[in-house]
Structures are given as structure tokens and as C-alpha cells.
Write a protein that binds this ligand. Sequence first.
Ligand code: ZN
Ligand code: ZN
Ligand code: ZN
Length: 94
Amino acid sequence: MRRRAKKKTLCPELRDVPLDPMPPGGCIECLAMGDTWVHLRFCVSCRETHCCDDSKNRHARNHAAATGHPVIRSKEPGEHWAWCYDHEASVRTA
Ligand SMILES: [Zn+2]
Ligand SMILES: [Zn+2]
Ligand SMILES: [Zn+2]
């Protein structure tokens, strides 16, 4: 059996995360509700911005479950990683 251990993840989605620039803006669902968030996450499938699991609404997690879009990137300045909700795996993107 061939093994490649370049990245510490078995998640296929995280091997090819799109790294194009993210549009500005906060969590679209919190903004619609007039609510607040802690950190921002970016869905690489539909390019929508949602809030993290530390936020009370957890819109990124809800979005992944509702749409089947498993991969998000952190939208926080200075943070360079992506996360797959399906496999609960992360990868550095810079
Ligand atoms: Zn995955
Ligand atoms: Zn939100
Ligand atoms: Zn999405």
C-alpha cells in the first residue's frame, strides 16, 4: 500500500481548497437577524460568510449541515487554515 504523508489529513476536500480572495462582510445570517458573532468563517463552496462555533448561532456549522458544503476557511485576519466539517480535519493554507 502506497502512503503519502505530505499533509496530516485524509480529507480529500482539504487537498484542493480554493484560496482566492474572500469578499468583505460579516455573517450573512447574523446580519439578517441583527445578531452578533465571534469569528467569521467562509464557505468555499458557495462563497458565503458565516459565524464560527464560538458564536452563539454557529451559522457555519448549520450551513455545512444544511447544504452539504463541508469546507470552510477562516476569515479572520492573520488566520490561514481551512476546516472540513465532514471529517473534522483542518489544514494550513499558508
Ligand atoms: Zn472532508
Ligand atoms: Zn451567524
Ligand atoms: Zn456554502
